[in-house]
Design a protein. Structure first.
Length: 195
């Protein structure tokens, strides 16, 4: 599913499957793809539907698997301007905690949190992140494990998750009682391979 069209004549294609776009343009899907890429200067994002739930479950159960996302964060107040996005932009971690930990009891909450924090930081060589200990950055999240869940879907992606109560980034509170404080203390984190 192509997303992120910028040109006004292409915006109606945002969030449509490639087969739908090709039909709308009365073109073969390959020709529609090439024409749209040329029109947008090769700046189109895509959502692929290639994962299976059985595979996700199998992976989550493996001790060495880390939980992360490559999705950017978005402000739901700008949903119309931004257009369709992958639901993981709003709910990767709450989905794991709500669906796979609480509902399906596939893994423990402790294991899920480890796979989201210290395991990822260790893999990336970030020694001052991912653990609550002296000398580490104060990145802290308080959640309600009985209610945390993702609400975003492919049809309506700009939906905040529920159950996240408070968040601190670099020691600064950015979410208080579920409401963003407008603080933006985040910064680029560079691992040992950065120059």
């Amino acid at each position: 599913m192509p997303i992120g069209f910028g040109r006004p004549e292409n915006k109606p294609f945002n969030g449509k499957r490639l087969s739908e776009i090709a039909e709308m343009r009365n073109q073969h899907w390959a020709d529609a793809t090439l024409d749209l890429l040329a029109s947008e200067g090769h700046r189109i994002s895509t959502i692929y539907f290639t994962m299976s739930e059985d595979n996700v479950r199998l992976q989550l159960e493996q001790d060495w698997i880390k939980i992360a996302t490559d999705a950017g964060g978005h402000n739901p107040d700008r949903a119309e301007e931004i257009g369709p996005v992958h639901p993981r932009s709003y709910g990767t971690y709450p989905r794991v905690l709500g669906k796979y930990v609480r509902q399906e009891k596939l893994i423990s909450i402790e294991d899920a949190i480890r796979k989201m924090t210290s395991s990822v930081a260790d893999r990336l060589g970030l020694r001052d992140r991912g653990k609550l200990q002296t000398g580490s950055m104060a990145d802290v999240l308080i959640l309600d494990e009985k209610t945390v869940i993702d609400n975003a879907s492919f049809e309506d992606a700009h939906q905040l998750s529920t159950g996240i109560q408070d968040v601190w980034v670099n020691g600064i509170r950015v979410v208080k009682n579920g409401i963003h404080t407008n603080a933006t203390p985040g910064r680029v984190v560079r691992g040992p391979g950065a120059r």
